[in-house]
Design a binder for this molecule. Structure first.
Ligand code: AMP
Ligand code: ZN
Length: 137
């Protein structure tokens, strides 16, 4: 379940060094080399899954439990004021490394970062069309 050309496979399995915050049989949590803020970290499964769509349910559940534990610990140790979980899938959504990862981003007052979007104006009818499309009505 590894891809020889994948940098996160190499990091998660110890072939390339990284700043490790946590490790178990299935996951490694490392500091991001280009952090948005102090403490920005990544949860990496050791197996290679390109994105969320291909992540097994069991792994997905464990990722969220690990994120919760890491967020609590990092908030306590770093004294951050808030916390973002970010997870990109596909180039259009900003994914640059095609091995599933969850960003853990501590937030500090006045950290100067903006993780957000410009809200669109959407009429109730249009929202209803979207709802029907997704639900399949
Ligand atoms: P994404 O844009 O969601 O695919 O995020 C990829 C993240 O991986 C970026 O935040 C990069 O800074 C980070 N990154 C890339 N290479 C490394 C590396 N060798 N060690 C740690 N983080 C990395
Ligand atoms: Zn990989």
């Amino acid at each position: 379940m590894r891809d020889d050309n994948c940098i996160f496979c190499k990091i998660a399995n110890g072939d390339i060094p990284s700043k490790v915050l946590y490790e178990d049989d299935e996951f490694k949590v490392i500091l991001d080399v280009g952090p948005a803020t102090k403490g920005h970290a990544l949860i990496l499964p050791k197996n290679h899954y390109p994105n969320l769509y291909e992540l097994p349910d069991d792994t997905a559940s464990k990722v969220m439990l690990l994120a919760k534990r890491m967020a609590s610990r990092m908030t306590e140790k770093l004294g951050c004021d808030g916390f973002n979980l970010v997870q990109n899938n596909g180039k259009t959504a900003g994914q640059t490394v095609f091995h599933f990862h969850l960003h853990l981003i501590p937030r500090y007052e006045d950290d100067g970062q903006t993780l957000g979007w410009k809200p669109l104006e959407m009429a109730q009818e249009e929202l209803e069309e979207v709802r029907k499309t997704i639900v399949g009505e």
